[in-house]
Design a protein around this ligand. Structure first.
Ligand code: FES
Length: 349
């Protein structure tokens, strides 16, 4: 609830892992921990979005109850003492993680988000290997159980029709981040009671402005960038073609943060070169604005005295709405997530 206008925000001291921290009354335990650099695993909470409290990975111990409480929802109060790591907490987090992971295990190798998936990273960190709740497919001998599994599979929705975002509910962990971040309200709940799933109205293909925010916050591969990766790689490796990367001035170049176990920090331009781009053009704000980009292929062809048809322009930009409304002078639009995916596939980082 927003604070009344003009009311003074109360500050207090709370104890976390035996150290005193200052906290504001409207903050949750997770807010304070994040601000102070105390790591708590989360899969549903995302900075700036409403807390949904569904993943239950952020559980912590407090002095006011014997029960574990979700730190993302528990508001600070006077005399609060919090413990963020213990054997009991670890066990509870592992159980919750195992439940989420049960549906995902064994799929990582072929997954678009392999090594870029928050769930996979946590499953590795917590060493989730055994399955106590859901048997693996090959372990199911009961016919009824098999039918149930088939039924679950038949409810998977794959939306491959829109030009910018690929959606598959197979990887959805119902974290609701997409619902909360979408400015077009393209996502909501489908079905009822214990059957509720996150989806689009009547599970129709996404109809939105394709801002890409949902892809950015999705912790798994339920929402990813739409692209024909096979074609991209073919064009990138084609010796008869010149692959030109045109980098949007607004790119934060944060691609390297997306991959886990990255070997070294790389300069973004060096990375693009290693990926196979022969020419890199970093656009200035003005160049993007004044639409110089429209002539980029023709200008470059004239300058290099080559046939424009042998040039492939890859526009590196997080404005994936351009995929939905692609200008003919841009052959591909690649987001930083896709650059990370290319780097991963080529084992560069
Ligand atoms: S982060 Fe608290 S329940 Fe998911």
């Amino acid at each position: 609830m927003p604070l009344e206008r003009g009311r003074r925000i109360m500050c207090m001291n709370i104890r976390i892992n035996n150290k005193i921290y200052e906290a504001r009354e409207e903050e949750t335990v997770l807010d304070v921990c994040r601000r102070e650099g105390i790591r708590i695993p989360t899969l549903c909470a995302f900075s700036g979005l409403p807390k949904e409290t569904v993943c239950r990975l952020c559980l912590v111990e407090i002095n006011l109850t014997d029960k574990l409480v979700p730190s993302c929802a528990f508001q600070v109060c006077e005399k609060l003492e919090v413990t963020t790591e213990s054997e009991r907490i670890n066990k509870a987090r592992r159980i919750n993680l195992e439940l989420l992971w049960a549906d995902h295990a064994g799929k990582c190798a072929g997954c678009r988000k392999n090594r870029m998936c928050e769930l996979q990273n946590l499953a590795e960190e917590y060493k989730i290997e055994n399955f106590h709740f859901v048997p693996r497919k090959e372990e199911i001998t009961d016919v009824e159980e098999r039918d149930l599994l088939k039924d679950n599979k038949s409810r998977v929705v794959i939306d491959n029709k829109n030009p910018a975002i690929f959606r598959t509910t197979e990887y959805c962990i119902e974290c609701r981040r997409c619902i909360n971040i979408c400015p077009d309200k393209a996502f909501g709940f489908n079905h009822r009671a214990g059957d509720v799933v996150v989806g689009t109205p009547y599970e129709k293909t996404l109809d939105c402005s394709f801002c890409g925010k949902c892809v950015e916050v999705c912790p798994t591969a339920a929402l990813t960038d739409q692209n024909d990766f096979g074609k991209i790689i073919k064009d990138l490796d084609n010796l008869k073609k010149m692959a030109v990367a045109v980098v949007d001035w607004e790119m934060e170049k944060g691609v390297l943060r997306q991959l886990k176990n990255m070997k070294s920090q790389k300069n973004f331009d060096d990375l693009l070169t290693e990926l196979g781009f022969e020419k890199i053009i970093n656009l200035s704000k003005e160049e993007t604005k004044n639409e110089a980009i429209k002539n980029i292929k023709a200008d470059y062809a004239r300058k290099e005295k080559i046939n424009p048809e042998s040039i492939v322009i890859f526009f590196i930009s997080n404005k994936i709405e351009k995929k939905a409304n692609k200008d003919e002078y841009l052959d591909y639009i690649l987001s930083e997530r896709e650059i990370a995916r290319l780097a991963r596939d080529r084992k560069i980082i």
